[in-house]
Design a protein around this ligand. Structure first.
Ligand SMILES: O=C(O)C(=O)C[C@H](O)C(=O)CO
Ligand SMILES: [Zn+2]
Length: 278
């Protein structure tokens, strides 16, 4: 298991970052490595983002020094969303079957976590997001049909999409973690435009279901100092609380969003009029 620490950047410093520096701080190029667990520990809200890609053998979620505890879930909660083949997540000895697009909420203190693929030739790809937690909530399997489903956007503005909310106060209890995914319809390319910030919560995105030769232009930065990063399939971005987070694909795609911070209110956003972006 590998873990990489990313420190927080001040918005004034980010104004001067070149392309490589932006990518080094905010892009996670390899989330899923065959037969491995890879984690990134962000100092924004101490969110841990990563991927578990089990092949023939189960992968155990360890507790590296960065976590500061004897077990990963001692003072943390975890969201797992499968973007690959069928698999199982074993939590404290209980097996949960996750197909593609299914989500598992794992509460603080739930025990050891292990990841397994049903077929090593079509491995599960478990996307992981974890935030600090100080209360134990039950572990819940959330299949796609259990999600709260919204359909915002219009074809005329190329942002017709489905939002599936899994770890959300109306669906499942959590301490601070919220998580779900958004699927852009064919012919649409934009997510989260008009853009917003929420200085109360940081956010991470995993872009997926994007053709290998296509890219998403991910927009970030202060609303009047925007920057972009070119993002490929199954790459993730860390969005600081003060930053917009919006993307336009060269084709349609999906992405998993996850947030941690002072509230779990999905609609608590400070919108920026398109004409005010710079
Ligand atoms: O398509 C969207 O719009 C989103 O999915 C919005 C993100 O989830 C978000 O930024 C929530 O704060
Ligand atoms: Zn947001």
């Amino acid at each position: 298991m590998k873990i990489e620490v990313r420190h927080a950047s001040h918005p004034e410093a980010v104004r001067g970052y070149d392309t490589q520096t932006l990518r080094r701080h905010f892009l996670i190029e390899t989330v899923f490595a065959a037969g491995e667990i890879r984690l990134t520990y962000s100092h924004y809200d101490r969110m841990v983002v990563g991927g578990a890609t089990p092949l023939g053998e189960a992968l155990a979620l360890g507790a590296p020094k960065e976590i500061g505890q004897d077990s990963f879930l001692a003072e943390r909660e975890l969201g797992v969303l499968n973007v690959g083949g069928a698999g199982h997540v074993v939590v404290g000895g209980t097996r949960h079957a996750l197909s593609k697009y299914d989500c598992l909420y794992v509460g603080k203190g739930a025990g050891d976590v292990r990841f397994e693929s049903v077929d090593a030739a079509a491995p599960a790809k478990f996307y992981l997001v974890s935030t600090p937690a100080h209360q134990a909530h039950p572990t819940v399997l959330l299949t796609r049909d259990k999600a709260r489903h919204l359909t915002p956007g219009e074809a005329a503005t190329a942002n017709k999409r489905s939002i599936y909310q899994f770890i959300h106060p109306e669906v499942c209890q959590s301490c601070q973690l919220t998580m779900g995914f958004t699927m852009i319809e064919e012919g649409s390319v934009w997510n989260t435009m008009p853009a917003h910030t929420h200085d109360r919560r940081m956010e991470a995105y995993l872009y997926f279901d994007l053709d290998a030769d296509q890219r998403v232009f991910h927009f970030m930065g202060e609303p009047q100092e925007t920057r972009h990063m070119l993002v490929a399939n199954e790459q993730a971005i860390i969005s600081p609380p003060w930053s917009i987070h919006s993307g336009a694909g060269t084709k349609n795609y999906s992405f998993i969003w996850a947030m941690g911070g002072d509230n779990k209110s999905f609609t608590d956003m400070d919108h920026i009029a398109i004409a005010d972006l710079r």
